[in-house]
Design a binder for this molecule. Sequence first.
Ligand code: NAD
Length: 355
Amino acid sequence: MNASFVLLPGDGIGPEVTEAAYRVLVAVGRRFGHEFHFDSRPMGGVAIDEYGDPLPQSTLDACREADAIILGAVGGPQWDDPNAKTRPEAGLLTLRKELGLFANLRPITAHAQLIEASPLRRDLIEGVDILFFRELTGGIYFGDSSLSDDGRVATSVMRYSVGEIERIVRMAAQAARNRRNKLTSVDKANVLEVSRLWRRVASRVMTEEFPDVDYEVVLVDAMAMHLISRPRDFDVVVTGNLFGDILTDEGSMLPGSLGMLPSASLGETQPGLYEPIHGSAPDIAGEDLANPLATILAAAMALRHSLGLETEAAAVEAAVDVVLDSGMRTKDIAGGGKFFGTEAMGDAVATAVST
Ligand code: NAD
């Protein structure tokens, strides 16, 4: 297969973890006989410094032409000036909007080798494998908002249309079919009219189009508890923007390590955007201390969701497991023990992919 990737290394540890993911993708191309093309572009703080714009037009144009985009991270204290004209994160928001990336996917996987890093007991966390679908371009973050003239009353509107609900429920249900065939839709239908619409539309889509998928609805407040008390019971979870924002951050704490968690943002037709959930970690940037596994696992998601290369994606995930099984750790997951650098960890995964 011929496929093109745009790499957006960004700021802080972004370039280090992106380089590791790049080397793993090169190894995948070699082993499976694919022609992968890579184009690295500036975005975030580095692009502000160079072009005065966190998402230069040439970067956006290159992204539109790509099959998949791999982003490191953006931001850092040098761009935190509250009076600045623009910020690194603005580039990310524009990119998501321009590419119509309405679905944010976040897998929450407890790696058997790292169970001790979890704040939860082993018997609760072992075997956890959840895939969240958070709606990303609608809901209360994008509804009308206002502040009264006297500044004493504020309003933010949570709005969803039938089409917005249908498309993300379909995407999540399709993913469930390729996993353990279970979908949980999370809402607040006992209180919110918008959630009642969400529930009606989701139920109709599931009954008419996915009768074979095991489907349940859970209220968001109950879900916040279930995620901690019985996380293994969930397979694919779909929810709106606000609830998804909170629940995915809660979920990301379960495996106990920020450096292990990837995410993807997908639209209907445009290329997907794949990135680690962590930020640019300026405190360890340039020191070869960052854990590259989240970005490498994001690259695996790109192979699966944008290129349809399931075997290759699974090979990358298996290679990560092989490396963890060998006892190799970066500092963040070493528990005070011996650790390896970003480059060594990335190369070990690339080698494991190749064999
Ligand atoms: P952060 O995720 O960058 O770092 C939080 C802590 O986790 C730090 O101690 C860091 O050293 C550690 N950490 C993060 N990723 C790691 C990795 N791969 N390996 C080892 N340790 C890792 O969050 P923050 O400190 O709140 O934010 C730093 C900057 O990143 C800010 O400018 C913020 O705006 C930006 N940020 C960007 C994104 C993004 O690009 N999508 C997301 C979140 C934060």
